[in-house]
Design a binder for this molecule. Sequence first.
Ligand SMILES: [Zn+2]
Length: 114
Amino acid sequence: MTMTTKKTGSDNASQLTVNKLQQSIQEMFGHKDSQRGVDGTFMWFMEEVGELAGALRSDNREELAGEFADVLAWLVTLANLTGIDLEQAVARKYCQGCPRCMAEVCKCQISAKP
Ligand SMILES: [Zn+2]
């Protein structure tokens, strides 16, 4: 007899990469996301950004962590829907120093958008 055990959150997260997260989100929700489309998904993403804003103003650390996770999950969903490899995109733009001044520790004016 074979017993199947459900993976715990920590098992899934033990070697978490953006790529694995993107694949996991695709497997879990891709069938629904493709029906909803980019516009509807972007609305959910923005709603979650609003909830993150609320959580940043509260003292509830657990809620704050959850809202960060939600925003990232919806961002990854948008990357799935638009065929963007988010890990590759982030690596290209942010893993070779500041995208503007190219320094490992940004030397841009604080008012400048990176
Ligand atoms: Zn810079």
